[in-house]
Design a binder for this molecule. Structure first.
Ligand code: KIV
Length: 276
């Protein structure tokens, strides 16, 4: 049985912290699921940490669905949330609904996430009305990186902070079951969290959120381009991978791999006949 949105919402009043982690492939999702992480986000961060794009903007529905399906196949218990890519929910309510439905129907996800506050509430409302759980995402919204003039902390002025408070309220009223707060000052994230009845999931938003989300490659240390300030490396997989790959490379070159253990034998008489 998978985690439900009601179970996630019930964690807030109980003060139970909510963990969310991204995953993009079957094998990783299986490990995350087995650890017991309740929420797995197939984030459009896929574009940067898996596909090598400079931002999340080039990510397509086809790419997101491909990876969402793999994550769903690897999971039994976690709720899988598909991240709606740039321009797949902006043009019209009908378009947003159609693409959200693809995540559920084709991708097998249980919920979708989309970026924006007041400006996307009409879409959120319609998607929720049609039976698809929606997670909001405000603060630093990477799909708007150009409009925001870079990956910067959001909500630092009175005007910007007031806007974020209104965005969060609007998303709750539109029916979102949770909201990601990305890269906002910790005291503001706490204030937003206290003003909502749905959970907030922070990334670079401090300890006052109801839960936390991280990009799995950041916490495992497998993405080497940069380490965001909000991330803590719980491992340095890039070093482990480099030395294992180098060891393999050397073993092939010096003839110590493969050994009999990694090879397959055949009937000696057949071999003799072939040679004869
Ligand atoms: O794409 C992503 O991984 C995200 C998280 C940073 C919340 O949106």
């Amino acid at each position: 049985m998978r985690v439900t949105i009601n179970q996630i919402k019930e964690m807030k009043p109980k003060g139970e912290k909510i963990t969310m982690l991204t995953a993009y492939d079957y094998s990783t999702a299986k490990i995350v699921d087995e650890v017991g992480i309740p929420l797995i986000l197939v984030g459009d961060s896929l574009g940067m940490v898996v596909l090598g794009y400079e931002s999340t903007i080039p990510v397509t529905m086809a790419e997101m669905l491909h990876h969402t399906k793999a994550v769903v196949r690897g999971t039994e218990h976690s709720m899988v949330i598909g991240d709606m890519p740039f321009m797949t929910y902006h043009i019209s309510v009908a378009d947003a609904l159609h693409n959200a439905a693809r995540f559920i129907q084709e991708g097998g996800a249980q919920a979708v996430k989309l970026e924006g506050g007041v400006t996307v509430t009409e879409k959120v409302k319609r998607i929720v009305e049609c039976g698809i759980p929606v997670m909001g995402h405000i603060g630093l919204t990477p799909q708007s990186v150009h409009q925001l003039s870079g990956f910067k902390v959001q909500g630092k002025t009175l005007e910007a902070a007031t806007r974020l408070l209104k965005d969060a309220q609007a998303l709750e009223e539109a029916g979102a079951f949770a909201i990601v707060l990305e890269t906002v000052p910790a005291p503001l994230a706490t204030l937003i969290t206290q003003g909502l009845s749905i959970p907030t999931i922070g990334i670079g938003a401090g300890i006052g959120c109801d839960g936390q989300v991280q990009i799995i490659n950041d916490i495992l240390g497998s993405f080497t381009d940069f380490v965001p300030k909000h991330a803590k490396q719980y491992a340095k997989l890039s070093d482990i991978m480099s030395s294992a790959i180098a060891e393999y490379h050397n073993a092939v070159k010096d003839g110590s791999f493969p050994t009999d253990k990694q090879s397959f034998s055949m009937d000696e008489s057949i071999l003799a006949e072939l040679k004869g």
